[in-house]
Design a protein around this ligand. Sequence first.
Ligand SMILES: [Zn+2]
Length: 198
Amino acid sequence: MSANHSLQKLLDELGRLPGIGPKSAQRIAYYLLEADAEEARRLAEAILEVKQEVHFCSRCFNYATADECSICQDPMRDTTRICVVGEPRDVQAIERTGSYHGLYHVLGGVISPMDKIGPEQLHIRELLARLGHEDIHEVIIATNPNIEGETTASYPGPYYQAAGRRGIASGERPARGRRPEYADELTLGRAIEARRTI
Ligand SMILES: [Zn+2]
């Protein structure tokens, strides 16, 4: 394989990454060419490791390196609360606020007819199953406040109530409608705290 061919292969792969245009791909490729072999090896290993080690938590679909994620395994968490989010990165955003100590449920996206994503493509069935067998007193919907997020938030509403009728959340209504804004961590933290005053 010629040097040009090798370089082009790297440029092609880098160019596929989100937010990396042709110029950035070139800058990174030349940087790696000049970096020592050890540095390049560490990067390659980190990429392989994250692909091999990180998968989805069997309970909440957050990122995990074991069967359950570190939050689900943490005995200090309040297991009577579930915060429903779209993506694992939303879990990280809420965790950074330090304002929430319950569990999560990651839907794996939001309802978006344009992208052919309906409720059956998301982990809504698994959420309802959790409401059926875990002792949940409060469901906090924290999908983004855009059209897709709102649609996703309102979709399982009747199901939460059905879950309530099966004996979950007796006496306490799930705190819906208090969706944190994703402006910044402070706003998000305040939104999470505000929902406690309902
Ligand atoms: Zn989990």
